[in-house]
Write a protein that binds this ligand. Structure first.
Ligand SMILES: [Zn+2]
Length: 173
């Protein structure tokens, strides 16, 4: 019977993203209100997934991610009316934790800079890029709901491995 396959759409209605058509474009700022760095547009679903505070606080506006390491803001509303700090989130934020080796660089596969560092010390190389790559190909990642930046960590992992490769080479020379 086809009728039994009719999708139940009612429950989706409450969570249909509010398309913000009324936002006055002249009041939109893609600059972080605290550090004036240009933020990166982020899916509201990511903001909702990562926040530890009640989602009643989430406004129907576009949010951007501030990646500046010296700035405490993680998400800011482009209407300038709101910011969320790392302390409002469920996860630590890699970009805000320069030098802290215990903060996940990859939230999907639980990889910290310390893990990469330890593998370097033990084996002289790193398999982490291949590991993440394989996980992504296997469809095991969920960057948009687990990674505070809302996108794949591979770029961050690659730069970190590159940095450690250079540091290891310098130590050996
Ligand atoms: Zn900022």
């Amino acid at each position: 019977m086809l009728a039994s396959k009719t999708p139940q759409v009612d429950y989706e209605d409450c969570c249909t993203p509010v398309i913000n058509q009324e936002l006055d474009k002249s009041s939109v700022s893609v600059m972080c209100s605290e550090c004036s760095t240009k933020g990166k547009s982020i899916d509201t679903q990511t903001v909702k997934s990562l926040l530890a505070v009640s989602l009643e606080n989430v406004h129907p506006v576009e949010y951007h991610f501030c990646a500046e390491d010296s700035c405490p803001v993680v998400y800011f509303a482009v209407d300038g009316g709101q910011v969320f700090y790392e302390s409002d989130l469920r996860e630590r934020v890699y970009q805000k934790a320069a030098g802290d080796e215990s903060v996940n660089v990859c939230s999907c596969f639980d990889i910290t800079p310390a893990d990469i560092h330890n593998e370097y010390v033990e084996t002289g190389s790193s398999t982490v890029v291949d590991r993440v790559d394989a996980g992504v190909k296997a469809g095991q990642c969920a960057c948009e709901i687990r990674n505070p930046q809302g996108s794949c960590c591979l770029g961050n992992v690659r730069s970190l491995v590159k940095k450690m490769t250079v540091e290891t080479a310098l130590q050996e020379s």
